[in-house]
Design a protein around this ligand. Sequence first.
Ligand SMILES: [Mn+2]
Length: 334
Amino acid sequence: MSNNTLKEIAVKLMDAKTVLLYPHILMDGDTLGSSVALCRALRKAGKTSYILIEDGIPAYLSFLDQGYCTNNENMIEDPDISISVDCSDIDRFTERKEKFLEGKLRICVDHHTTNNYFADLNYIDEHASATGEIVYDLINEMEVEIDVEIAEALYTAITTDTGNFQYTNTTKKTHLITAELFDIGIDLEKVSVELYQNIRHEKLKITKEVLNTIEMIGGGKADIAYVTQEMLAKTGASMDETEGIIETLRNISGVEIAAFLKENDGNHIKVGLRSKTYADVSSIAQSFGGGGHIKAAGCTLYTTLEDAKRQISDAIVSYLETVKIEEMKEQAET
Ligand SMILES: [Mn+2]
């Protein structure tokens, strides 16, 4: 599992005529912002390029799609290149997997520690705060000029994946790239209003419902909350409008680990995990077959909501116990 260079990837992209891009399901600002930036850069370089999606674009990100996204697999018959953007695993785009594999060359650009190098050419940088940082470097390697639209898409990728520059994945490089995007002329107010100040009332209602379900566990060091289909129906909100609630759960004073359970159809529970300072939630997620980053990870459990809640709570509590025991051992040694 080793990286190709961005130069190699840039050369292949510039040699291609047709390129299909693959963001992950349940799109976030990074996967879509990075895809839009790269798609526009490819079009500027004279390529036929589209972003192939299998689910809806969240309302707060819809301003990014100026004719790039399609759910028609036949938009490009036999693409020269399939490129996945911000996906740690091929199952992050299950419905489009076969089409992805039809690409004459498969490329993966990503920043997830758990990435399993599933493409022919891979560039994974776990130190990048967002895949948007990698795409910024890639477009420069392609020698395509970054215009305002590309810059705003990259800014979206970076601001959303860094929690608006507050998470510890934020680096000097993150700020240097962002400074370049300001030089290019991004409209900060426009993008900020689209992303952060455009909340539907339905989102407010579902947030209120979810916050009512919070349970403190592990002596207040963790909390767990959930959303059900019934709650969504009652409030008229969509599942993607529960994005961001997990950060609120993590932001509570004294909480190190937050867990948020989403009930999908039937016995299919998606679990999001966040940590604040020392906990590695990717290890908890991996014990349930999931993955992600140290401070942001997820997994899926095929069981009832009640059972998933119990299993996740138990895993978190025993993780916190283990950390506590190791701490005590260290203290005893010193
Ligand atoms: Mn990302």
